[in-house]
Design a binder for this molecule. Structure first.
Ligand code: 13P
Ligand code: SF4
Length: 303
């Protein structure tokens, strides 16, 4: 089947199955173009909770499909490629989290949505890169434990000098690979550009940023800013939606090597087969789901 035919079949099957296609901002352009909705992790969690569809096809990574299953237990959630995992989420197991909690009785646990459902089930409240500062600010406790991303935790700590934020040592290898030297090189090459960094970046990279934002936060910042040029400190997939929302502006990757292979696994053929063969169903076991839902719903209630 050629590409155009595949796209037609995907749309036809989506309608037939009352399915909605969600795509993360890092997905390949042709997947984003076919999706009903695109967004960052927070937007996709919210959208998954609001949709009337019977089937959610998640073009993203495993934890995102799990989050959709946590939020919408009565819907069928499909992840077109089972090998689309998240290397950061895989850095923390529920056993490791239970052991860390035992060392800190009474300390609230804040877990980034980039985590397994089992870890969410061991969590007091979830957060995303867009709302981590707000989530930690909503807690009265002086001490907070954040997982699994050390960089998001260190970034959040900057806003709360009176709180003590301890954290698990996980990180996103794609963002961790962006060094201060690479950013300085990009800044020297594009002296008029503003530098946008994702909170998953290293602290010394955050120090160089003109704006620290989630992926959708970057899309808004680029549109609203008076600047014409931007250095983009996140996965290079974001360059495509950036060029769509601000067509007259110029966007440069902070480093071309910022590619998440897992975010590039889903192709048109996978999406077609997902709808046709009902694969691969992601269903979080009910006992874990109920506990994870408490942590996710506390976050969603903050708005
Ligand atoms: P956001 O889109 O929420 O900023 O997340 C970035 C990311 O790394 C998702 O895997
Ligand atoms: Fe996970 Fe990083 Fe890839 Fe996002 S970009 S899916 S955090 S490894």
């Amino acid at each position: 089947m050629d590409k155009e035919r595949l796209k037609e079949e995907i749309r036809r099957l989506a309608e037939e199955r009352r399915a909605i296609i969600l795509a993360h901002n890092y997905q390949p352009p042709e997947i984003q173009d076919l999706a009903d909705l695109t967004g960052d992790s927070l937007e996709l969690s919210l959208k998954a909770s609001q949709t009337e569809a019977e089937v959610i096809v998640f073009c993203g990574v495993h934890f995102m499909a799990e989050t959709a299953s946590i939020v919408s237990p009565d819907k069928t959630v499909l992840l077109p490629r089972l090998d689309a995992g998240c290397r950061m989420a895989d850095m923390l197991t529920a056993d490791q989290l239970r052991a860390e909690k035992a060392k800190r009785p009474g300390v609230p646990v804040v877990t980034y949505v980039n985590s397994t459902a089992e870890c969410k089930a061991e969590t007091d409240i979830c957060c995303t890169s867009a709302n981590a500062v707000k989530v930690v600010g909503s807690l009265e406790a002086e001490e907070v434990y954040m997982t699994p991303d050390k960089n998001l935790a260190m970034y959040t700590q900057r806003f709360y000098p009176d709180k003590r934020i301890s954290y698990w040592h996980g990180y996103c290898p794609v963002h961790e690979a962006l060094t201060k030297e690479k950013v300085l090189e990009a800044k020297a090459r594009y002296p008029r550009a503003l530098f946008m960094a994702h909170p998953e970046c290293r602290p010394e990279v955050i120090d160089l940023a003109d704006a620290v934002r989630s992926t959708s936060g970057m899309l808004r910042f680029a549109q609203e800013s008076d600047a014409e040029e931007f250095i983009v400190g996140t996965e290079v997939g974001l360059l495509y939606p950036l060029s769509k929302v601000a067509p007259g502006k110029r966007f440069y990757p902070a480093w071309e090597g910022m590619i998440c292979p897992n975010m590039k696994r889903i192709g048109l053929k996978d999406l077609y087969l997902a709808l046709k063969e009902n694969q691969y169903v992601i269903k979080v076991p009910e006992e874990i789901r109920q506990k994870a839902w408490q942590a996710v719903s506390r976050m969603l209630a903050l708005k």
